[in-house]
Design a protein. Structure first.
Length: 202
């Protein structure tokens, strides 16, 4: 009896329709500190480390997953910075419809990214090399907010790693966090993964 390896089936990623789409934030993950792969050194010759976060929105556009129609998801990674030139600050200001003042940020201790959770938005999606990129985050049009939230909100910080949220992450995201400087140095101990069946598809 012969045994054949089946032909590789090409994976087809299903991307949202490019353009403006209503959305709602449901994920904010602390990814830890990583060496910038494009610019690993600064002008002064020192290593260029960046503290990253990952923000995800569920979209009003649906896809089929395990026989069920569920919202598509858009993802964007940011450097965790409230600097005036940071992309995180620019998107947060665009999203809320007004700029932060220095006094406001000082009083709050910076931009509280956990407050993004559950907030509706109007995203501009651009497809580049078969990847969906979030090019702008805007406040929703009055009277036309996103549908009620479908996925439960998930917040993860290396300061206090939540084992339930850790178990729900995709393996790709967990591996990236595991490669962070905080984890590799032993500064942070990640939860043990006891049940891999809860992980999300994104």
């Amino acid at each position: 009896m012969n045994l054949f390896a089946p032909p590789t089936q090409e994976f087809k990623r299903e991307n949202p329709t490019p353009g403006m789409v209503r959305a709602r934030c449901f994920v904010v993950y602390d990814l830890g500190t990583h060496l910038d792969p494009k610019f690993p050194t600064k002008d002064d010759g020192s290593e260029n480390w960046r503290h990253l976060i990952q923000v995800q929105w569920e979209l009003d556009e649906l896809m089929e997953f395990k026989g069920e129609k569920v919202p598509m998801v858009a993802t964007k990674r940011y450097t965790l910075s409230a600097h005036k030139k940071s992309i995180l600050r620019a998107d947060a200001e665009s999203w809320r419809g007004k700029k932060f003042t220095d006094e406001e940020l000082k009083a709050a201790g910076g931009i509280n990214v956990e407050k993004f959770l559950g907030v509706p938005a109007l995203l501009n999606i651009q497809i580049n090399d078969d990847f969906a990129n979030v090019t702008s985050v805007n406040p929703p049009i009055k009277g036309s907010e996103a549908a009620p939230q479908f996925y439960p909100s998930r917040f993860f910080t290396l300061a206090n790693p939540d084992p339930d949220v850790w178990a729900q992450m995709s393996k790709k995201t967990r591996d990236f966090i595991s490669s962070s400087r905080e984890v590799k140095s032993g500064q942070v101990k990640l939860p043990e993964l006891l049940d891999d069946s809860k992980k999300a598809p994104f």
